[in-house]
Design a protein. Structure first.
Length: 290
């Protein structure tokens, strides 16, 4: 119980307050301010001195543009907003490309429409990532507490899918992971394949780097091992499903169209006993943005 309280306390201690939301738009990860609320949402921020504005409507996000050509501004944002302006008979002729003017129009539209409350979508800006990884493990929470496997280090590899919401739940993620530990090269081999569900809290979240706490809360493990019995060697295989609550740490570092990933996941068992070894569960890999 103390371990659980400690873990929860650590999560809230390192969680900073949020002032912006992270969005994924046309392959870009952007920190944007939410300026208005209602059916028409104004998003904006300044990037290296350049202001960028976005319109969110019915879950779709469109950038409002005002490109310059031959010293003249093209005012593309006027064409983007015209269908909405017609609905409320709003004159866009003098609408400037500023936060104040755009906010005034967005608020006018939202006030005029005043739609009935609709249930919010579960994920407003979903982000799905797929990764592959490899590393070493000693299966510290293996399904069978085998004395003959003490101190054995095995190669391991696997893949995972991670889902988060970059707007509403940007610091939280769910991961479906498959990991296979290869047969140990000794007289009494052991191997296992595991499918697990994991919750991740990203206590550091930036466009370049994520650091997170990983909690494995459900696992289905298929195992195969050999053991001595009355001077003979026997083999056994089987499967086990449990809710282990195993905590660890991980990191994602943005490189190209994905992330370099590193982790130490099977570190601390909150309601499952360690098999007796000091936990070793280290991996490196790469995660792609889908």
């Amino acid at each position: 119980m103390r371990r659980i309280v400690f873990l929860i306390g650590m999560i809230f201690a390192v969680s900073p307050s949020l002032s912006q939301n992270l969005y994924r738009i046309d392959g870009e990860s952007l920190e944007l301010y939410v300026e208005t609320s209602g059916p028409l949402i104004l998003l904006w921020n300044s990037f290296e001195g350049d202001f960028r504005y976005f319109m969110e409507y019915e879950g779709a996000i469109t950038e409002l543009k005002n490109t310059r050509e031959n010293r003249q501004y093209n005012r593309e944002y006027i064409q983007t907003l015209k269908p909405f302006a017609r609905e409320i008979s709003y004159d866009l002729e003098k609408l400037r490309f500023t936060v104040a003017d755009l906010k005034k129009f967005f608020n006018a539209y939202n006030k005029e429409k005043n739609p009935k409350s609709q249930p919010a979508a579960l994920l407003s800006n979903p982000d799905l990532r797929a990764g592959v990884f490899g590393g070493i493990t000693n299966s510290p929470f293996r399904s069978k507490n085998l004395d003959n496997q003490r101190g054995r280090i095995q190669a391991a590899a696997g893949f995972e899918l991670e889902l988060t919401d970059l707007r509403k739940l940007r610091r939280h993620a769910m991961s479906l992971q498959f990991k296979h530990s290869f047969k140990s090269k000794n007289e009494l081999p052991y191997t296992a394949s595991q499918i697990s569900l994991n919750y991740r809290f990203k206590f550091i979240k930036t466009p370049k780097l994520d650091l997170y706490i990983n909690v494995k809360f459900a696992a289905l493990t298929f195992f195969e091992h050999s053991y001595y019995s009355e001077s003979a060697i026997y083999s056994e295989s089987g499967s086990v499903f449990n809710a282990p609550l195993i905590a660890g740490f991980g990191a994602d570092y943005k490189i190209g169209n994905g992330y370099l990933i590193a982790g130490y996941h099977d570190l601390l068992g909150l309601n499952i006993k360690n098999s007796g070894d000091f936990p070793v569960d280290l991996f490196l890999g790469y995660k792609f943005i889908l």
